[in-house]
Structures are given as structure tokens and as C-alpha cells.
Write a protein that binds this ligand. Structure first.
Ligand SMILES: Nc1ncnc2c1ncn2[C@@H]1O[C@H](COP(=O)(O)OP(=O)(O)OP(=O)(O)O)[C@@H](O)[C@H]1O
Ligand SMILES: [Mg+2]
Length: 271
């Protein structure tokens, strides 16, 4: 059963899509089965994975509106080792059409449940808004990965995101957790960056990934070639950082599974 992660931050341009694509690719090259879901009408995750967003038969829009089966919309691009559930401008129409429909926030969750056994990880790239598309991602997910730039206003935005996650926990998805906070586009020469980074660790402790994604021009270039960084420039700092993040995530996962097994064993003993 896949671990489903929403990559979200309502602030624009913080590195959500870059994280979703490159983490999917990095986990793919380490032999994990990964699906990347593009929930953003901008379709940047789709394009960045090398798929023409305007030339797909079905997209995640069809999934939300129930006009196709989830498995029929999934693509397996030849040049990467992960699958893609494409998204494009049609998602804006889906948002409008879903308005007022019952159970509209569960559409993605229900669809992903039909294919989740085929994957180890499903990453959902969210739009820069806390709207019904992001809500669908939060209802479907086990965790939220929050990319953030270590800037002055970043922490302020983070508190409203954390509030939204708590609201979802207490209403539609009790299992939703903050998966991790990822420092992106980090510039080590910037004093403010180090200060915000220290505050983040003070507030969120081990939820902050140890891996930091540096500002790296190769990461910004890669999407225009439709290639994740591990293929575009394997030895770049951006590529090495995403492979390190994939390693950190895999290690965290095995620690979580060990502690789940211990809890199950303890419960069985008590029973
Ligand atoms: N580590 C990095 N180094 C250099 N450039 C980066 C890095 N991460 C992202 N970028 C660039 O910054 C811009 C914003 O990144 P990205 O699209 O991943 O953010 P986003 O949060 O998905 O944006 P949006 O909110 O619009 O969806 C892009 O042009 C991207 O190529
Ligand atoms: Mg994006």
C-alpha cells in the first residue's frame, strides 16, 4: 500500500513542483514504485516530467469528475522511472464543476485507493492555494510535505497551513500528519536563511528534514527539457540533494515501520 504525500504550501514559488518531480525521480531510480499526481492547473509537474500537458487523453480532472478510471489516466513515460497522473488547465473547470457537489473532497482519495497497491509512494503536487484541489490532496494523503524558503514571511504562512492541516485532521482525515518540512532554494551565504532555519527546527524539531535543497541553477533549467534533475545533470548539487532526500525518506520510513511493528506486537501481548 502506497504512502500518499501531498506536497503543499499555499505560498507560490517555494519549490513544491521541483520537489514533487525530483523526489519522484530520485525514489524511482532507487527502485521504489512511484506515482506523481499533478493537482495544479498550471500543469508544471506534468511538463517537468516530460509529458505534453495539452496532449493527454485523460487527466486528473477526469478522475475528479468521475469520467474515467484512475488506471486509465496514468502514464508511464519511457525516459523516467515513475508514473504520472497528468494535470492541466482543465483542473480549473473541475474546481468550478465540483462546487456544491456532495463528497467533492473525497474524489481523489477514492480514485487513488483503487491503484495504491501498485506503488510505494504517491506524491501529489498541489496548487499554491488552499482550495478544493488541495483539500482533495489532503483527504487522500497520509502526510503533507511542506517545502519552504527560509525567508522572513515564510513562518507566518506556515502557521495558516498548519491550521488547515489540523482542521482536516479533525474533520475528514484523522490520519493526516505533517510528513516533513523541506528547506528549499537555500543560500548558505544568507544570514536570514540560517535564522529562519533555526526557528523552524525550534518549532518543528525532527519534522524538519536534515537534507537541505540548495539554490542551484541546474534545478531551474531542467523542467524546460522535460527532465528531472537526476537525468538532466546527475552530478549537480540539486541532483545530489534530491537523492539524499530520497535516502532520508527511505530511512525514516523503515524507522516508522519498525515502531509500528513494535506497537502492534505490544498490543498483541496486552490482548
Ligand atoms: N533549488 C532551486 N534552485 C534554483 N531554482 C529553483 C530551485 N527550486 C525551484 N527553483 C525554481 O523556482 C521556481 C519556482 O519553483 P517551483 O515551480 O518548484 O515552485 P512551486 O512552489 O511549485 O510554484 P507554484 O506555487 O507556482 O506552483 C521555478 O522556476 C523553479 O525552477
Ligand atoms: Mg508548482
Amino acid at each position: 500500500m502506497a504512502r500518499i504525500i501531498a506536497v503543499a504550501n499555499q505560498k507560490g514559488g517555494v519549490g513544491k513542483t521541483t520537489t514533487a518531480i525530483n523526489l519522484s525521480a530520485a525514489l524511482g531510480v532507487t527502485q521504489r514504485r512511484v506515482l506523481l499526481v499533478d493537482m495544479d492547473p498550471q500543469g508544471n509537474a506534468t511538463t517537468g516530467a516530460g509529458v505534453d500537458k495539452d496532449d493527454v487523453e485523460y487527466s486528473v480532472c477526469d478522475i475528479l469528475l468521475g469520467t474515467c478510471e484512475c488506471r486509465d489516466a496514468i502514464l508511464s513515460p519511457e525516459h523516467v522511472k515513475f508514473d504520472v497522473l497528468p494535470g492541466n488547465g482543465d483542473l480549473t473547470a473541475a474546481e468550478v464543476k465540483l462546487m456544491g457537489q456532495r463528497g467533492r473532497e473525497r474524489r481523489l482519495a477514492d480514485a487513488l485507493a483503487t491503484i495504491a497497491d501498485n506503488y510505494d509512494y504517491i506524491y501529489i503536487d498541489c496548487p499554491p492555494a488552499l482550495n478544493v484541489l488541495t483539500l482533495n490532496a489532503f483527504v487522500a494523503a497520509n502526510g503533507v510535505l511542506i517545502p519552504m524558503q527560509c525567508e522572513y514571511y515564510a513562518l507566518e504562512g506556515l502557521s495558516s497551513l498548519v491550521r488547515t492541516i489540523r482542521q482536516v485532521q479533525s474533520s475528514v482525515n484523522a490520519g493526516l500528519e505533517i510528513e516533513g518540512i523541506l528547506r528549499t532554494m537555500f543560500d548558505g551565504r544568507n544570514k536570514l536563511g540560517h535564522e529562519v532555519s533555526a526557528q523552524l527546527i525550534e518549532h518543528f524539531g525532527s519534522k524538519v528534514y536534515r537534507t537541505i535543497i540548495p539554490r542551484n541553477i541546474r534545478l531551474a533549467e531542467a523542467p524546460s527539457f522535460g527532465q528531472p534533475i537526476v537525468y538532466y545533470d546527475k552530478s549537480s548539487r540539486g541532483s545530489i540533494a534530491h537523492l539524499a532526500l530520497a535516502g532520508e525518506i527511505i530511512r525514516r520510513e523503515s524507522t516508522r515501520q519498525d515502531s509500528d511493528d513494535a506497537t502492534t506486537a505490544a498490543a498483541a501481548e496486552t490482548a
